[in-house]
Design a protein around this ligand. Structure first.
Ligand code: PAF
Length: 288
């Protein structure tokens, strides 16, 4: 496994691989490091579908707001390298911010319109512009055939898929299932911020989603009713401070007033547990 920190070195290494192998497919897993089993599942999926697997490790300053956790975001590059090596990754790209954006920063960026304004975008203005700008730049550098994203970031992978379509990028976006802890909490690099007490409470994000799922299976289709069920449940768990709970069309992310069987419905939640903002979601099943 080779580790590249410069764009030039990575481009050259990819060129060498393309010359050596017969038209290899390149699978790309973009990450911000501090890798866990969720990332491992993306890498495994890439390993099973593609000839070459490239992982980027880059904590992207553009996608953090001024009061967010950019500086304290967990970084553990040696551990990440070991995990990648064990999973058969071919190349790691781990640039610095200076390498990615230069000393004079980034003049050009990608703006996401409606899709980026609500759900997580409402409380994190500019977040998805930052995500799309770095992902587009990484796609330019890595030139992958497929790129793998976790479904935990339900809005992110849909926005990236839309960017790829809008800008005619020749990349297939592969969304991968959420990996969970035994009690149901979605794996996330940010779980490390939780105190033991907060960790126990964090499971209520998932439990809220399951409550809604259960009510939908029992026939409740009205979004207002489903939301009030969830709010009543969360009222008993004051350590979980809701940012949003929304039921939206699973493709367009447009809010819906009622669940209709013909279109998939996504139920997405974001909440602060202590100071840590966590997200989760479920694609609602309407039958048991
Ligand atoms: O999901 C993430 O870890 C990041 O948003 C991504 C896609 C690597 C872009 O920085």
């Amino acid at each position: 496994m080779k580790i590249c920190t410069s764009i030039t070195d990575l481009r050259q290494s990819i060129l060498d691989i393309r010359v050596k192998m017969q038209k290899p497919t390149i699978g790309f897993v973009p990450t911000m490091g501090f890798l866990h089993e969720g990332h491992a599942s993306l890498i495994k999926r890439a390993r099973s579908l593609d000839d070459v697997v490239i992982v980027s490790i880059f904590v992207n300053p553009l996608q953090f707001g001024p009061n967010e956790d950019y500086n304290r975001y967990p970084r553990e590059i040696e551990q990440d390298e070991k995990l990648c090596e064990g999973l058969g990754v071919d190349l790691i790209f781990a640039p610095t911010a200076l390498e990615m954006y230069g000393a004079d920063g980034c003049e050009t960026s990608i703006h996401v319109a409606y899709l980026g304004d609500h759900l997580c975008g409402a409380s994190r203005p500019g977040h998805f512009d930052g995500v799309c700008t770095v992902v587009a730049k990484l796609f330019q550098i890595v030139t992958p055939d497929r790129a793998y994203f976790g479904k935990k970031d339900a809005q992110q992978w849909r926005i990236v898929r839309r960017m790829v379509k809008d800008l005619s990028m020749p990349v297939e976006i592969v969304p991968c299932e959420i990996v969970r802890e035994e009690d149901g909490l979605a794996k996330s690099s940010r779980n490390v911020y939780l105190s033991p007490e907060e960790r126990q409470e964090a499971v209520h994000l998932r439990k809220t989603l399951l409550l809604i799922q259960d009510a939908a299976i029992k026939g409740q289709r009205d979004v207002k009713q489903l939301k009030s069920l969830a709010l009543a449940y969360l009222a008993d768990h004051p350590l979980v401070a809701l940012d949003y709970l929304e039921l939206v069309d699973g493709d367009t992310l447009q809010p819906c007033a009622a669940i209709r069987g013909e279109a998939p419905t996504l139920c997405a939640i974001a909440a602060y547990v202590g100071k840590t903002r966590l997200i989760d979601n479920i694609e609602l099943e309407l039958r048991a």
